[in-house]
Design a protein. Structure first.
Length: 205
């Protein structure tokens, strides 16, 4: 597992490749919660939870199941916020202490161009006017908006579309107009593109 350093030092972020044996890392209760999920999904889920449990261990927590609510949001130990993500080959997780970081979301994608025809779906008209075609063709806005959604949903229980979130890379913010809520954002580019969105505990609505 690799630890990824972001500008916000109070958030712990890790990534690792997804391996065939990772489904064996799931607790029985996690397996039960996945129901009839195929092996690929179990491996992805196991890999993300391996990272999350490793990060939780750094804060003194013993290994424990990370289940989901009915809406699909992962459940965390008291006093912790977190988020899980994966693409086909790599998983990621982020955690923080809730007294410092009140809301947190992460997303990860391979560092490849967006599939053709998705720019209009992902980027608002304002964003298309703000950014050059090179940025718009990357997956940066995609992962940042997904991260904002993951940070936002536990707070407001609102389903968001890409057009509901506007990213300002100059001010490192993501704004959700329909609920008048702003999140800090951060981006990491390497073989993968990792988007992080969060609010400090004192910034919560």
């Amino acid at each position: 597992m690799d630890i990824i350093r972001f500008d916000q030092p109070n958030i712990l972020v890790g990534i690792r490749p997804i391996e065939h044996v990772d489904e064996a890392a799931l607790f029985a209760s996690e397996v039960a919660a996945l129901g009839r999920a195929v092996a690929k999904v179990r491996r992805q889920s196991g890999a993300a939870r391996i990272i999350a449990r490793t990060l939780l261990g750094k804060l003194g927590f013993p290994p424990m199941p990370i289940l989901k609510t009915q809406s699909g949001v992962p459940t965390w130990p008291a006093g912790i916020v977190g988020s899980l993500a994966h693409h086909d080959t790599v998983a990621a997780a982020a955690i923080a202490e809730k007294k410092i970081i009140g809301a947190l979301g992460i997303d990860i994608e391979p560092n490849e161009p967006l599939p053709g025809g998705l720019i209009d779906l992902v980027a608002t008209s304002r964003e298309q006017g703000m950014y050059d075609s090179r940025l718009l063709q990357r997956r940066d806005l995609f992962v940042l908006k997904e991260a904002v959604y993951k940070a936002c949903f536990p707070l407001c229980n609102e389903i968001l579309e890409f057009q509901d979130v506007e990213i300002d890379v100059n001010s490192n913010t993501g704004y959700v107009k329909k609920i008048n809520c702003t999140f800090s954002i951060d981006l990491y580019n390497s073989k993968n593109v990792i988007g992080l969105a969060y609010q400090k505990g004192t910034d919560l609505r």
